[in-house]
Design a protein around this ligand. Structure first.
Ligand code: MOS
Length: 723
């Protein structure tokens, strides 16, 4: 149980986030956003802005900063602002005003007059789907459909028709914004060596590469620094508009430039989560055995179709044993802000649909929903013969049911005064992934060690993990480790995304530490060294031989070395061809719906997770608690309302509902710990995202248990619960 090393700095305000950096001569940029959803900018009158007090530069598609579209192997091509006059959503960056102060830049931005050639805009998933019927190519299929059929079965329709019990339902989920505490911002400084950019991001080396490509400069000349990131959740995986604009303007003006989105601008000028519509068909035998599962999804996407929310692929492809499976995934391009990764992309909204449908099937079969899930527990994803490396979902449900008092649940819920009380459950799964990562371990003459990699800690606890895994690998205490993250000058550490940080960096640390120890032993027994020619070994931070020992620092000092450095790299490999890998969990919640006001309150929550070995119980618990709260938020609070003209009606913290303390009860978290060394040497699987998976369904299932009302859209609002 280790508290976060960066915790005290953060809570005392000493942590320096991107926009906290200031430089002499620094100018301030303000991003100008479009006020139509679709069309072409006909003209921008910037005369008044240009002559406003303090203004240094006004940039627009008519007078752009030069930026190229970067392309990265991980993400594909990225849109960059100001390079053409096309507007494809309301709130798109279309200009950048730089002035001596932030206020002057903002005031000048208000003076810009924009004329548009407006075109009709499609801004709702419903309208997009309707128009898709008229013009089929609009809904592009991506990723491709998948069908697995039992021998002798001709089609999924036949399998469903042959099923004694069929549940068919359509679910919808709202579009959301990551709403991280730190708005997207950047401070850009050029000097003789190139560009340094201070900007919260999920991977310093990836941001440096994107910026170098956008600016068409040598990647080695771009230095990205982000030791602290105020929340990311997928929303800072890509380089933000302020970072591109600040970097380009700082170059054009030869002055440091700071740019930050306002809270309201974050909602449209960054990417969010897609809205989805999901149709599920479950065919089962009367004993609950799944015979067929069909999951067809549609998700909103920006006009450039750059991102798909893989709901069907993220859930139904792998969650249950079924002989017949058909999934499809269609994108519906709309004139809305771009969509991107957001905590459990695919699994979060996908599990609302699948796990609600499983609950509906349990009701139809008059069967306990946990029993139904266990009856269809998979040993391998359907259609793939690679078994799960380690799966203890049954134990998660058993322990969870016991701790939560599931045995007392009635299929009709119960009442407590004026409150209708219900219990709900759902499965959570999230694939266990790794990214390539390289870590440097430096043994120092003062008996401390430095562990560094360019990856980010956007609140995940990765910094502390570096110190814990580093200490374990070097067999010294964690206080002797200085962990370093968030700097592209460090070895490439991959992205803090996809719940990969611990497995990726942790494995690389173990390799780097082993190399450092080997090199230390070779050094210690080399000619003239203290253990010259002896058979040496290493334990407890010391080199041992023939009954004598010295700390590694003593050895280094004895040979006049200040340090010894080694790097280690890890990447997914052969293990991927031998097993399937996933984290698992069982979500439980109790919901109270007021008999008269119909407000729904979550009153108890418990999640039991199988995520391999837990490195830091405290941080792991915090990650899961945060994720589960995200699930409650998706179920009862969050959703962007988009007006017909494409404007976000609630794109601010007054109108975009997020849970506050009063909305969240005590959250119970329990881990069953089975180290998964088939996946990686550390034995840890990801847990950053799985906490949110399944939770929205658990809430909706509890609402049904309490009220008998099945709500198939989230967020669930009072109107949904009127009798
Ligand atoms: Mo994330 S959605 O793991 O970047």
């Amino acid at each position: 149980m280790t508290s976060r090393l960066d915790g005290p700095l953060k809570v005392t305000g000493q942590a320096k986030y991107g926009a906290d950096n200031n430089f002499p001569g620094m100018a301030y940029g303000y991003v100008v956003l479009s006020t139509i959803a679709h069309g072409e900018i006909a003209a921008m009158d910037v005369t008044a802005a240009n002559s406003a007090p303090g203004v240094i530069g006004v940039y627009s598609p008519f007078d752009p900063l030069e930026l190229r579209r970067p392309s990265s192997p991980l993400f594909g091509e990225t849109w960059v602002p100001l390079q053409d006059k096309e507007v494809t959503y309301y709130g798109q960056p279309i200009g950048f005003v730089v002035a001596e102060t932030f206020e002057q830049a903002r005031d000048a931005a208000m003076l810009i007059e924009v004329a548009y050639h407006q075109r009709p805009a499609l801004t709702s998933l419903e309208d997009g789907l309707a128009s898709a019927e008229d013009a089929p190519p609009v809904a592009r299929e991506e990723p491709p459909s998948l069908e697995v059929l039992a021998d002798g079965v001709e089609s999924i329709e036949d399998a469903l028709a042959a099923s004694p019990v069929v549940v068919e339902a359509t679910y919808t989920t709202a579009t959301q914004n990551h709403a991280a505490m730190e708005p997207h911002s950047a401070v850009a400084v050029w000097d003789a060596d190139g560009l340094t950019v201070y900007s919260g991001n999920q991977g310093a080396n990836l941001q440096a590469a994107e910026l170098a490509a956008a600016l068409d400069v040598d990647p080695a000349s771009v230095h990205s620094v982000n030791p602290f990131v105020g929340g990311a959740f997928g929303g800072k995986a890509r380089t933000s508009a302020p970072a591109f604009l600040a970097a380009a303007a700082a170059k054009a003006l030869d002055r440091p430039v700071k740019a930050a989105l306002t809270r309201e601008q974050v909602f449209s000028a960054t990417a969010g989560r897609a809205a989805t519509l999901q149709k599920i068909l479950l065919g089962a035998d009367t004993d609950g055995t799944l015979i067929a599962l069909r999951h067809d999804s549609w998700c909103s996407t920006a006009a450039d179709r750059s991102f798909v929310e893989p709901t069907s692929h993220g859930t139904s492809r792998e969650w249950y044993a079924t002989q017949n499976l058909a999934i499809s995934q269609k994108m519906v391009p709309l004139n809305i802000p771009p969509t991107t990764f957001m905590r459990a992309p695919g699994e979060a909204p996908g599990s609302f649909a699948l796990e609600s449908a499983i609950d509906e099937l349990a009701v139809r079969l008059n069967m306990d929903p946990i029993e139904l899930r266990m009856r269809n527990n998979s040993t391998a994803p359907p259609g793939k013969d690679l078994q799960w490396s380690s799966k203890h979902l049954d134990e998660c449900f058993r322990i969870g049911a016991e701790r939560f008092g599931w045995a007392n649940r009635s299929p009709q819920g119960h009442t407590d005064g004026d409150w209708l009380v219900g219990l709900g459950t759902a499965t959570a799964m999230f694939p266990a992934l790794r990214f390539p990562a390289t870590v440097e371990v430096v043994l120092q003459a003062d008996d401390t060690a430095v562990v560094s990699t360019s990856g980010a800690d956007p609140g995940t606890g990765l910094l502390t993990v570096l110190s814990l895994v580093g200490a374990e690998s070097l067999d010294i205490s964690p206080e002797k480790i200085t962990p370093r993250l968030g700097d592209s000058a460090f070895p490439p550490g991959g992205m803090s995304g996809g719940s990969t940080g611990t497995a990726s960096a942790g494995t690389a640390i173990m390799i780097a530490a082993a190399t450092a120890i080997d090199d230390l032993l070779a050094l210690a027994s080399s000619p003239g060294a203290p253990f010259d020619g002896m058979e040496v070994s290493y334990a407890d931070g010391r080199v041992l031989a023939e009954g004598q020992s010295m700390t590694f620092g003593e050895v280094l000092r004895a040979v006049n070395r200040s340090s010894l450095s080694a790097t280690g790299s890890s990447a997914p490999g052969e293990e991927m061809t031998k097993h399937s890998f996933s984290s698992f969990g069982a979500q439980f919640c109790e919901v109270r719906v007021h008999r008269w006001t119909r407000e729904a309150r979550v009153s108890r929550m418990l999640g039991v997770f199988d995520a391999g070995r837990i490195i830091n119980d405290k941080a792991a618990r915090s990650q899961i608690i945060g994720g589960m709260i995200w699930g409650v938020s998706a179920a009862l609070h969050e959703g962007l309302e988009i007006e017909e003209n494409g404007r976000l009606a609630n794109g601010d913290f007054a109108g975009y509902l997020l849970p506050v303390n009063a909305d969240i009860p005590d959250v119970g978290v329990h881990f069953v710990q089975y180290p998964d060394t088939l996946h990686n040497a550390v034995g840890a699987r990801g847990l950053g995202e799985i906490g949110t998976v399944g939770m929205a369904a658990a809430v909706a299932n509890a609402v049904y248990n309490a009220t008998g009302i099945r709500v198939r859209n989230i967020p669930i609002v009072i109107e949904d619960l009127l009798d």
